[in-house]
Structures are given as structure tokens and as C-alpha cells.
Design a protein around this ligand. Sequence first.
Ligand SMILES: [Zn+2]
Ligand SMILES: [Zn+2]
Length: 241
Amino acid sequence: MWTLFRQQLVAGIDLLLPPACLLCGQLLPTSLDAQSFCVDCLAAMPPLSPAHCYCCAQPFPSATSNHLCGTCLKRPPSFSIVHAAGMYQGSIKDAIHKLKYRNQLTLAKPLGQLLGKIVAAKDNAFVPDCIIPVPLHPDRLRGRGYNQALEVARPIARQLGTPIDTTLLQRSRNTQQQQGLSATERKRNLRNAFSLVSKISTFKVLLIDDVMTTGETVRECSRTLLAGGVAEVQVAVVGRA
Ligand SMILES: [Zn+2]
Ligand SMILES: [Zn+2]
């Protein structure tokens, strides 16, 4: 009885408030999930550049084929590959900003679904044992009220049927914001910023973050995980700068 009443109530609310794009507010066809993006916003989410580093996904705008970037050649990363929903531009950049700095938590689900599709479509034998979102320091988490990487990870975990682990990897040092720092400063800023609560072995981890710019954060997380016994880390980010 209650279920029927609730279904009728939800249908009534949908009728009064037709689904709208979470980003621009444009009305959506009723066939679409109420928590999604319109075709215009989706068209303004550029996919990863066809030519990119086949390890860290750094885009090469003027190249025509994939190769290892200079950074990965000089400092081979501890993760094996980076998956990205798209470039950190256009509507992806807009959505990440709103999710991160304007408390628009509803954006996490469609962004996570976009990324989940990319990860699931990759033709590789990697089956993660767990999904780990890049952790925030407890002080930063208290300030923001949520970890955007965890919110993006939830729909991916549902899609892959893989559990999320938020206890193993900890941010033990409250670092300065990476934005505005040079590459060397970013590296120094994050050194030993993460730690593991316990040693683990033969574990495969899918590490999730909202955005990757120089990649120092995921490099340091991945290094910490491998030093703690993890067998393999793959990285998935919504936007790749
Ligand atoms: Zn839109
Ligand atoms: Zn690279």
C-alpha cells in the first residue's frame, strides 16, 4: 500500500517537475533518467584526445598517435593505466567545479556513470578487488562535507559490482591545494601525504579521482598502495587536463 502510494507520489512530483539537465536546466525527454545531462551538455564534454600517453593519458593535441609522455619515461608511474571520461574542458570542467565547489552533489552520479562506462568498455583483463577514491584529509572533509571522489566512485562501484574501500588509504597530512603550484612544488607538497592503515597483498585496486592535471596526487596514492603490497593499481578520473 505504502509502495503504491510512494510510486504515485513520485509520479505526481515528476509531472509537476519534469526532469531537467543537471548542468544547464534544459528540460529532458521523460525517457531519460531525471539525474542526467542534456544532449547539448553531453556534446560539450570532449572525449579524451585520440593521441595521448598510453600510461597516464596525458593528451597530445598536435600528435597523431599514442606514445609514452616525457614524465612517464623519466618517472615510470606505479599505476598501469589511467582511464578518463573526457578532457578537463567544457561541460566536464563546469560539472566538476559545481560538484566540488558549489555543493552540487547530484552531479556525481551522471559523472560517475560516464566514467564507469569508459572503464567497463576497456578491453583489459583487469578486475579490481576494490575501488578506492582518493581520500581527503579529515579537516578538508569536515570543511566540504563530502569527498567528491567517493561520490563519483559510488555509481562506478554499482556498475562494476566492486566494493568501495574508504578505510585502507588515508590522507595523513593536510596538504596545500595543488592548484597554482608548479610541477616541482606539487610533487614536494604531496610527498608522504598518504598512508595505509594496514599491509595488504595481491590486491588489485581501481583508484578514483575527479580530475587529473599533473597527476602527482594519483602517482603518490598509487606509490603508497604498491609499497603496502597492492599488486596493481589502475586509475580512473572524470576529467584529464
Ligand atoms: Zn544541459
Ligand atoms: Zn604519461
